[in-house]
Design a protein around this ligand. Structure first.
Ligand SMILES: [Zn+2]
Length: 585
């Protein structure tokens, strides 16, 4: 797990340390950079008057406060644009999709600032402009990365003129339209370019050079290069089932109110765009039929969560002002009999980590997610074979009386408990992280089998549960199975373990299967370490579908926005195929 944190100044020791670590990464990754420029970073953050723009540093930190990467954004408030100065990941702690998450956070910030576009420089991918073959390869990779977001070099200008004659690798000026049609006029872009050359690169460009470049922007509106790397839909076309019969369609219930819960201030990876990108990918399949969300009484929630916990969440959220996040800060774990009286202080009594905040809408959004889970479960009871609750916030880390890991109510557990009134239920958690909440809730029960495949708690969140020796207690002894896996796992290795987990489900012989679908086992997920590819999700879906059980899928984690949609779609195509084979057998 890591989080992204914006740093606006260096008043706190924690921020000073983070800035120092960002400076170390700068020195490590940009050895040719002037030490004076590196030294200037804290002053730039503290004082926007130095260069006449404001600088914001975004750091990606892991649980051990290692800065794994950073991005430095310059906001030119007077001209309504942002300029991305640096984005870089640490050699030692980098990887795992940190670059993507940082870049997505930067785009979100630029959008929130109301800017028309995000500008930055990128070294050229044209062999005529870059003679060094190794550098050219890196430049191609970078431009390809940005192209996925619609960011491409501005063409028809003299921006890529070397500062000194014969100089190699002059940068392009790249514009990211931030997901909208780009409409930047000549007058506007000339102001932007002048500001970049005279404020950002003050002293580097002569007045003549600046004039020459500014005046070369002659098109009435800025034009971007045609896409060079990402042509059409990036995902490989998937063969969809030829005919989807109505009775086999998967009921889809989407949390229509998920976006009321949006934790902005810490670059929280659990963001609203997750749902939108999955929904968009599913729309093209013809496999789903969307149902309207129904309301259910809170008693469904208190059937699996502690009453005091539920009423605490409801009360404290209702009292929080909009846009205020309450992070737990006192942890009275040594005396469970005395929950602190003050509501804000009590948060830590009910929480397992420090990165999941409470806010005005956390209860409402989580309650709505539960309603979606129950609506989807109900559709199984009225004869559907498969249903999917596409929800956030996720739920599987929420225990009987604790929130954490972005989760507040355990939607899958509430739904499983509802279904258990009509037959035995197996819950299969295939999120990268252990489903500690679901395990905790059903730990002493033998009518609900809980099975989880996840990164070993030795190195993966939640760090304290998910060990293989946790098998259940009392009546539940033998009805919890954990499959903790190594740090590096590919699709093939994963499928082998999934087959074993499914065997445990078969032996239990349940009526219902609830799948906690995490998409974070995917390659490049910022919170995971595995490398499952798009095709692996088809295969896993198929294996699960072949059980032929009445299946409810509940969305859990998965944070790599670029591949979420494709992987979810593939999972359901596989699930559909597997189920079709099973029911026709
Ligand atoms: Zn997860």
């Amino acid at each position: 797990m890591f989080r992204i944190r914006p740093i606006y100044d260096t008043r706190l020791p924690i921020d000073i340390q983070a800035v120092e670590k960002a400076q170390e990464i700068l020195r490590e990754r940009f050895p040719l950079l002037d030490e004076e420029d590196v030294q200037q970073l804290p002053d730039l953050l503290a004082n926007p008057f130095i260069k006449q723009y404001r600088s914001i540093l975004f750091v990606a930190e892991d649980g051990r406060a290692n800065v794994r990467g950073f991005a430095l954004l310059c906001h030119f408030a007077d001209l309504h644009f942002c300029y991305l100065d640096f984005i870089s990941v640490s050699q030692k702690h980098g990887g795992g999709g940190i670059g993507s998450v940082l870049y997505e956070r930067i785009r979100e910030e630029a959008r929130a600032l109301g800017d028309s576009a995000l500008f930055f420089e990128c070294l050229p991918d044209d062999p005529a402009l870059c003679r060094d073959a190794a550098a050219l390869k890196d430049n191609i990779a970078r431009l390809r990365f940005y192209e996925r977001y619609g960011a491409r070099p501005i063409i028809g200008t003299a921006y890529e003129t070397p500062l000194v004659e014969g100089g190699d690798c002059p940068p392009y000026l790249v514009a990211d339209p931030l997901g909208k049609p780009l409409k930047v006029s000549r007058t506007q872009v000339r102001k932007v370019v002048r500001a970049i050359l005279t404020r950002k690169y003050k002293g580097a460009c002569s007045p003549e050079y600046t004039e020459m470049v500014v005046n070369s922007f002659n098109d009435p509106y800025v034009r971007l290069r045609e896409p060079r790397y990402i042509i059409g839909d990036e995902s490989a076309p998937l063969v969809l089932p030829a005919k989807v019969s109505g009775d086999m369609r998967i009921a889809l219930v989407v949390n229509d109110k998920h976006d009321i819960h949006h934790v902005r201030e810490r670059g929280y990876v659990e963001s609203p765009v997750r749902i939108d990108s999955i929904r968009k990918a599913l729309a093209k399949t013809g496999l789903f039929e969307e149902l309207t969300v129904r309301h259910y009484p809170e008693s469904h929630i208190t059937a699996v969560h502690d009453k005091g916990y539920v009423s605490y969440l409801k009360t404290v959220c209702a009292k929080l002002p909009a846009n205020k996040s309450l992070y737990p800060y006192v942890f009275p774990i040594r005396n469970a009999s005395r929950p602190p009286h003050e509501l804000p202080v009590r948060a830590g009594y009910y929480c397992i980590d420090t990165f999941t905040p409470l806010n005005a809408n956390a209860y409402n959004a989580a309650k709505r997610a539960v309603d979606c889970g129950l609506t989807a479960a109900e559709s199984l009871l009225s004869g559907r074979r498969m249903a999917y609750a596409l929800v956030r916030p996720p739920g599987h880390h929420a225990e009987r009386k604790a929130f954490g890991g972005f989760c507040y109510f355990n939607t899958a557990a509430v739904a499983a408990n509802r279904l258990s009134a009509l037959g035995k239920v197996a819950v299969l958690d295939i999120d990268y992280h252990h489903g500690n909440g679901t395990q905790n809730i059903f730990y002493k029960r033998n009518d609900v089998l809980t099975v989880s495949i996840h990164g070993h708690p030795r190195f993966a969140y939640p760090y304290f549960s998910g060990f293989s020796e946790e098998v259940g207690e009392e009546a539940g002894a033998g009805f919890n199975r954990n499959f903790p896996l190594m740090e590096k796992v590919d699709g093939h290795q994963y499928a082998n373990v999934l087959v074993r987990a499914l065997q445990a489900v078969r032996e239990f012989n349940p009526t219902f299967l609830v799948v906690g679908l995490g998409l974070d086992p995917a390659k490049g997920d910022p919170t995971g370490t595995w490398s499952l590819a798009a095709k692996d999700f088809v295969h896993n879906g198929r294996l699960i579908g072949r059980l032929g059980l009445h299946t409810l899928v509940v969305q859990e984690g998965g944070y790599r926005i670029r591949s979420l949609g494709v992987n979810a779609r593939n999972f359901f195509v596989g699930l559909y195929e597997g189920m079709s084979e099973a029911v026709r057998r």
